[in-house]
Design a protein around this ligand. Sequence first.
Ligand SMILES: [Zn+2]
Ligand SMILES: [Zn+2]
Ligand SMILES: [Zn+2]
Length: 551
Amino acid sequence: MLKFFHPFSRCFLSSKGGSKDLEVCEEYNESNCDISDCHKLHLCIKFVVGRCSSGKCSLNHKVLSSEVKNILQSFGISLNETPRDILLSIIKSPKIQKVVEKFKSGQNEKDSSSGKQPEEITSSEKKKGETPSALSVKPKEEEKKVEKPLPIKTVWSSELRGDVTIDEICYNSVEDYCPYEEKGCWRLHCPYHFHWQIKTTLGKKQSWVNLTVEQSLALEKAFCDVNLSKVSLPILEPSASHSFDKGLLLILKGKSKWEADFDTMTLNLTSKNVTFELRRLCTETTENKRPDPCKFKWYFSDISKNWIEYGNIDSTGNENLKCNLSSKDIENHLQTRPNSPLPFQNQSYTYILDVQNMVQMNLDTNARRNIRRRPIPHLKEETDDDISGDLPSHWESMQQDERCRRATLLPSSEEYKKIDNLAKTQGASNNILKIERVQNPYVYRAFQNKVQEMKVTYKNDSSVNIRQLFHGTAPDTVPKICDENFDWRLHGTSSVAVGTVTTGNSGMARPPINTQYNLPFDSTVDNVSNPTIIVKYDKQEYYPEYIITFG
Ligand SMILES: [Zn+2]
Ligand SMILES: [Zn+2]
Ligand SMILES: [Zn+2]
């Protein structure tokens, strides 16, 4: 960003004379500003004057983004302040006050009654005795809220209402103590650096509503896995007596099964055709304060539908397809100029990345690929006493006493398509009627224990080769397989820990001894280098993952 200290720019800026000429760039707000050393702030103008409530606003809301910082510095505005105080000094600039006036007279916003002097923004007025009512908001209070969009009280993630002036989590509320807690903080106060909310109607107004910590954790865990686009929301127990839970229970229609969709950012109740907008808040970041939930990786879906992080080699293994772009580059672009396409290339093609529509376009072939932005996996594995912590995050949540569940996959889900595809590549030609996911925590844990044991024995993760294999069986044995892992030769897929292999034959009851470890081989195969038949001897070494019903 040296361009701002170019001698010409400096002369130009200083001749304009101090912070009184500080402006927000209108071109940036209207379409896109192409001026390479634009000396106006590339900040959302509505945000600056405290009027941007759109959760989907793609304009910059970060006063500490590097571009904005450079301009503020050149106008002599101290950066050694909190973002809130920096924003207040920006608002003091006469040219920006004019914009505030324009908003007041309704030129930039239909709601002409919502004007407010910038001085009022510093007001620390606080209404006493006002608690967030769960579902009923009196119209009178409603109007007052429109008049005063800035907070009069701090919003907590443990309350139902989750509307905040700045759509971020307050760093200090998580790590330390927030000095604005009394006066009313602009950001969400929360126990974690991330939180999930849904948009619904409270009273007469659209409002963001907090999900519970448990729900938020479940969504976050799945969201960190780039392979998942959908996950079921943990069901709230109707016995919950907290008023927040009661309000949420009403919104979520009791024990209904909701599914979050990260591609559309919606929470859906397919059976009743109800959809809520979904959003994830994370903490404000500065250069030296960036908690893990605020570190993002960018992925594209490659030709084999695998998600590959930018800058890595994709499933083809072709070095020429590795691009000159990293997750960090894309993230910087998103923070500074999200409306403009980001060009990049590899040795074979030229591309454009469109972070608005989350697609990558190959300018030579016109091929479009979906892209995903996900936080780096940051949630530690839960301890063993958490009953569900070690189970796959894409499983439906199960009751404490439930031994096994067969969850039918939606044909539109990525999981279904993946198994369908796997079945076809492994030679299944019949028509698939149904795919069910087998959720047996006991058998699953036994399998995981076995994998762990093999890893320890062979001191090398790669020697424990986990494969998905298909097996056919008669329908009446399926329930037994599902419950007890009784016979794994079902028509479905199993994950199998292959481990050490040697050639075997149909007469073997036990595998031969592997002299390297002085232990029996884990599996025998027809051909060690390219096995088509794998024989397992220990039933804990496979897990029946899916049941496929063919027609
Ligand atoms: Zn500009
Ligand atoms: Zn905005
Ligand atoms: Zn705060």
